[in-house]
Design a protein around this ligand. Structure first.
Ligand SMILES: [Zn+2]
Ligand SMILES: [Zn+2]
Length: 491
């Protein structure tokens, strides 16, 4: 067991919850060989499970977290024996990646480090455009609701998928561990000290010193974590890039300049918090009112200087722009997912979050997370085949660059080889659960060609078909993959 690297991808319905246990063997400097395991959890969420829900088979996320705690090694910390999680990574701020962050689930763990996407850094100077977009979306959605309209199913789904900002911060603070000094926002060249000092504000720079000391900057300008003691084990941050507005915001879009210009001032999300509860309550109320029989609206309910037809057009426009820009905002959250490459005894494992590609490009610039990553110097790390690949964005057609120009890029890189033996994991709910019961809307677009393309490059596993980890309640609830050192590896 201690000679195997273990990956467990839990079946949490629509969401990601991935546990990785990395065996380590090293000389401790006194000539003694030490063995231990380092553990990390990549995401912890599900969009299917209401909080506190206990179904006939328990609560999938709680079951998963319980299993993680059992697998954690014990270490003596502050005079107590603790189950230590060395690293918790939350790739991006979507419910299906973070909703398990409720303090009572994670209480028995001691968390050493928490990594987050830089999109969550509130003082981020190169994400002002993104924040303006976010504020405009909120405003467009609210103005729709204030006019008495219910959200379209698609728009409602997008709002339901969001996470409340305050919950994340509060929940993170409540988790016991050394990370309590605050999370580390990670991006590809974070370990480039001089650039990072310029980018962060002075207080943040000081606060992060202990964590920044643990990072190395490699020859391909990629940040590499030094939390592993065994030579040759590394964890690299391949994405996202620091400059959110510069890389992921489509400034060439004809609508952007007007929209951004209409937003006055330097927006700080904190000063205008999004009131999720009010928004969703208004939507409920509008929905109920629309369903109730009632007399035709009085003339006075619409502005009297435009015709009914024009009024309808205005409403349609509002609904359209709210949907369009909210969808863009969610796309940017996916595209700025933290992407990690773990290398251990010549094994290579890639965790790609919800990265997307195929974003419409304007002015010849591609803004999908994959496009940006493949264009960066860090892409050198993607030149040889993977042993394990957590497919991005739940196998959605916009999650893997395999068609058109994208295909050539991935084929050239050799990340996934035809006839290869990569273990390819899709974190997906059962296909019958893909249609949202409340909206009838399809949550993901899968393309049979993409799945076939992946199947030609390795063994494709799906989380709704768990292969291992039988729960005490007698259901299987995780895919488990174990790796030995690769042939040819010499300690
Ligand atoms: Zn997701
Ligand atoms: Zn996402």
């Amino acid at each position: 067991m201690s000679d195997q690297l273990i990956v467990r991808v839990y079946n949490v319905g629509f969401g990601d919850c991935i546990f990785v246990k990395v065996p380590q063997e090293y000389e401790d400097g006194t000539g003694t060989t030490q063995t231990e395991a380092r553990c990390m959890l990549i995401d912890c969420g599900s969009s299917d499970l209401p909080e506190g829900h206990v179904g006939p088979k328990g609560h999938a996320l709680k079951d998963a977290l319980h299993d993680v705690v059992e697998a954690l090694p014990e270490r003596m910390i502050e005079g107590q024996n603790r189950r230590v999680l060395d690293l918790l990574v939350l790739t991006h701020k979507h419910k299906d990646h973070m909703s398990g962050l409720v303090p009572d689930s994670l209480d028995p763990m001691w968390i050493e480090r928490v990594w987050l996407s830089p999109l969550l850094y509130k003082k981020h100077k190169q994400a002002k455009g993104f924040r303006a977009l976010q504020a405009l979306n909120y405003r467009a959605t609210m103005s729709l609701l204030e006019r008495g309209f219910a959200l379209t199913p698609q728009l409602r789904e997008l709002w339901m998928m969001r996470m409340k900002n305050d919950d994340i911060e509060k929940n993170l603070k409540a988790l016991p561990g050394k990370h309590n000094s605050g999370p580390l926002y990670v991006w590809r060249d974070l370990a480039d000290q001089s650039k990072t000092e310029e980018r962060l504000d002075a207080e943040e720079w000081l606060r992060l010193q202990p964590q920044l000391q643990e990072l190395q900057f490699d020859e391909h300008t990629t940040t590499c974590a030094q939390m592993f003691r065994e030579p040759g084990t590394s964890l690299r941050v391949l994405a996202p890039e620091w400059d959110i507005d510069g890389h992921y915001l489509n400034k060439g879009d004809e609508h952007y300049p007007a929209l951004l210009a209409s937003y006055a001032g330097d927006l700080d999300v904190d000063t205008q918090p999004i009131d999720y509860d009010r928004l969703l309550q208004m939507d409920e109320r509008n929905r109920e009112e629309a369903a109730a029989p009632r007399p035709a609206p009085a003339e006075s309910e619409r502005p009297n200087n435009i015709s009914s037809a024009d009024f309808r057009t205005l409403q349609d426009r509002l609904a359209y722009s709210a949907l369009r820009f909210t969808a863009k905002e969610e796309g940017i959250k996916n595209n700025t997912s933290v992407v990690l490459l773990l290398e251990w005894r010549k094994r290579r494992l890639l965790f790609a979050g919800d990265l997307q590609w195929k974003e419409p490009s304007f002015l010849g610039k591609k803004i999908g997370g994959w496009d940006v990553m493949l264009d960066s110097e860090g892409a050198s790390h993607l030149e040889s085949p993977l042993d394990f690949f957590k497919v991005s964005h739940h196998g959605s057609e916009n999650g893997t660059p395999y068609l058109e120009e994208g295909k050539a890029e991935l084929e050239e890189l050799g990340l996934l080889k035809e006839g290869g033996d990569t273990t390819i994991v899709l974190s997906v709910p059962h296909p019958s659960e893909l249609i949202s019961p409340s909206t009838g809307h399809r949550k993901l677009k899968w393309r049979p060609e993409l799945i076939e393309w992946l199947e030609e490059r390795g063994q494709v596993l799906r989380t709704y078909e768990p292969n291992d980890r039988t729960h005490p309640a007698d259901h299987k609830f995780a895919i488990q993959v174990a790796f030995e050192a690769a042939p040819g590896w010499n300690p």
